[in-house]
Design a protein around this ligand. Structure first.
Ligand code: F6R
Length: 586
């Protein structure tokens, strides 16, 4: 997933945040930027704005939105669009920042996606006399809009694209792949990559479907094809603010006692119905990417032990190799925070072609995965803004555990366990515990490598611990099944190499302790995450004994350690290098 400051190879990332507004009452350029900032987690290498109010005002800047703010004129108008960019095609320069203009400089376009055939389109347009000013694929959209209807333009673009254009005092919106949501207000309408930027103004939202093209005025939303119905969303804007915390990451870690409870608050009937479907299914899969894939792997362990039911696990990008096993009796249970991960969506598409049913566990209401599923369960964790996923992960684990208990006919027992677990997590998140983690992070901050071992339910947590540490603090970390380290990687253990051993009070306790002892013999520094202190530990991080919910409590130290290691190593915990919050490209 390499990112060069100048060019990202195509197909790597397709991110960016789009925000636009069209209103009867005038608003200012600063209002637009205040809303755009809520999308900064989607991309932050350059930003730009276009507004109409008599004339067309355009401003762009390289860097975060705060850089654009420094140059911004106080302009007032009735319609405006803006974008925070995560470069895909064209270097990170002011010229390549969005919006882009047509030849007459009257049409402004912002875009999220990759126009895969932009070179051909550009060649044709150039032949016909169009002049280009940037290296981007986006600029072709502005030129195409000069002579073509917007729905025609969308059809001409290959790849996953969403664009928003300011033309003739109206806002045109078009989506194919990348997400767009319209916020419906009173004599004002909004458009954004997700609902967060307008949540403080309206909770009435239309999530655009692929192929949708619409024209927004302040009082009307005219679809070119099928009209879409608005829906109400429950998130509050307070959920999306940092409050008194210095970073979203720590805020979201601290929210987990609440979010675990919210994840448990599911409709019992629906859970029981789904668990019956799971029990009678055959050849089913949990599918997800990244952190969500660790929840999916844990889910397959939960089902094996608690419900005595085998469910396969596969990461989204590998799923096509397993499609031959799918039948109309199979279920694909997709887990995703954003509900937009392209690899997970691709797996869903494949599963549908094989007539399998889709169940999803998703955090963002109205997201593409939620809409493409036969049954969707929301994790109810509220907006997750930090690029690295924390509270969504423990919510995914919670819902998966509930499913497993329900499949075993023990839903009430599962609910009780999770309520207890939420209390445990609350008790863990004390100053005393965070001070201990700070101390540990100071001790190991300068180390090059870190290894994590776990077994059974906590093997996926060893993978998640390593991922958290890598993506936020950029320290190299690897997670292993405790029995695996000795099959090769133990060769890397040197004096004082930090190794986290996740030792739950379960049937694998001794196995993991044996693994830790082998590492210690080679000089490793053993950090134990465990309800009890053991002789082999050099540093003990005490966690409550949460029984089958041990993966949830064992995740908390990992998240905190990643956060404090990031601070110690001078990294911004909210914005991980080279990473985007929703990876909407394969
Ligand atoms: C890591 C992280 C990513 C996501 C992955 C899937 O902290 O956030 O690994 O988990 O990109 O994203 P979703 O869950 O949105 O499908």
């Amino acid at each position: 997933m390499g990112f060069s400051k100048t060019f990202l190879t195509r197909k790597e990332f397709e991110m960016c945040g789009i925000f636009g507004i069209i209103s009867e009452n005038k608003f200012s350029s600063t209002d637009i930027l205040a809303s755009l900032k809520k999308l900064e987690y989607r991309g932050y290498d350059s930003a730009g704005i276009a507004m109409t109010g008599g004339s067309l005002y355009i401003e762009k800047s390289v860097g975060k939105i705060s850089e654009l703010e420094k140059k911004l004129k106080l302009f007032s108008g009735n319609a405006g669009i803006s974008q925070t960019r995560w470069a895909t095609t064209g270097a990170v320069t002011e010229k390549n920042a969005h919006p882009h203009l047509d030849c007459s400089k009257k049409i402004a376009v912002v875009h999220n996606g990759i126009v895969e055939n932009y070179l051909e389109l550009k060649k044709d347009l150039t032949k016909n006399g169009h002049k280009f000013e940037s290296e981007t694929d986006t600029e072709v959209i502005a030129h195409l809009l000069e002579n073509n209807a917007p729905d025609k333009v969308l059809e001409m673009l290959e790849g996953r694209n969403a664009f928003v254009a300011l033309k003739d005092g109206k806002i045109i919106v078009a989506k194919n792949g990348s997400p767009l949501a319209v916020g419906v207000g009173e004599n004002v309408n909004y458009i954004a990559s997700d609902a967060l930027p307008f949540l403080d103004k309206t909770k009435t939202v239309i999530f655009l479907e692929d192929g949708d093209v619409a024209e927004l005025t302040n009082s009307n939303i005219k679809f070119y094809g099928q009209q879409r119905e608005p829906q109400h969303i429950d998130w509050t804007i307070e959920d999306a603010k940092k409050g008194t915390y210095s970073h979203y990451l720590i805020k979201e870690i601290m929210e987990q006692p609440m979010t675990i409870n919210a994840a448990v608050a599911q409709n019992d009937e629906k859970i029981n119905e789904i668990s019956r479907m799971i029990n009678s299914s055959f050849g089913s899969f949990f599918v997800a990417c990244g952190t969500a894939s660790h929840a999916a792997l844990a889910a397959s362990y939960f089902f094996a032990k608690i419900a005595n039911k085998h469910i396969n696990f596969c990461v989204g990008s590998e799923f096509s190799s397993h499609k031959h096993f799918l039948t109309d009796k199979s279920l694909v249970i997709a887990i995703s925070q954003s509900g937009e991960s392209a690899d997970t969506l691709e797996a869903i598409k494949i599963a549908k072609e094989k007539s399998a049913k889709i169940i999803s566990i998703v955090n963002v209401p109205g997201s593409t995965i939620s809409r493409q599923s036969d049954y969707c369960f929301l994790t109810n964790a509220g907006p997750e803004i930090a690029v690295c996923s924390t509270k969504a992960f423990t919510s995914q684990l919670s819902v998966a555990l509930l499913f497993a208990y329900a499949a075993a006919g023990k839903l009430e027992e599962g609910k009780e366990l999770l309520k207890e677990t939420s209390k445990h997590v609350r008790e863990m998140l004390t100053t005393e515990f965070t001070e201990k983690i700070k101390l540990l992070s100071k001790k190991i901050a300068q180390k090059e490598h870190l290894y994590v071992i776990g077994k059974g339910f906590n093997y996926p947590i060893s993978l998640e611990t390593a991922l958290k540490i890598k993506e936020v603090s950029y320290m190299h970390a690897e997670g292993f099944a405790s029995g695996e380290l000795k099959h090769g990687v133990i060769a890397l253990i040197e004096k004082d190499t930090p190794c986290i051993a996740i030792v739950a009070n379960d049937e694998f306790k001794q196995d993991v302790l044996n693994g830790a002892a082998e590492i210690k013999l080679r000089g490793g520094y053993i950090i134990g995450v465990s309800p009890e202190n053991h002789e082999v530990f050099d540093f003990w991080l005490p966690v409550p004994d949460a029984g089958n919910a041990s993966p949830i409590v064992n995740t908390i130290p990992a998240q905190l350690l990643a956060y404090y290691l990031a601070l110690e190593r001078g990294c911004d915990p909210d914005y991980c290098r080279n990473l985007a919050k929703s990876v909407t490209v394969k």
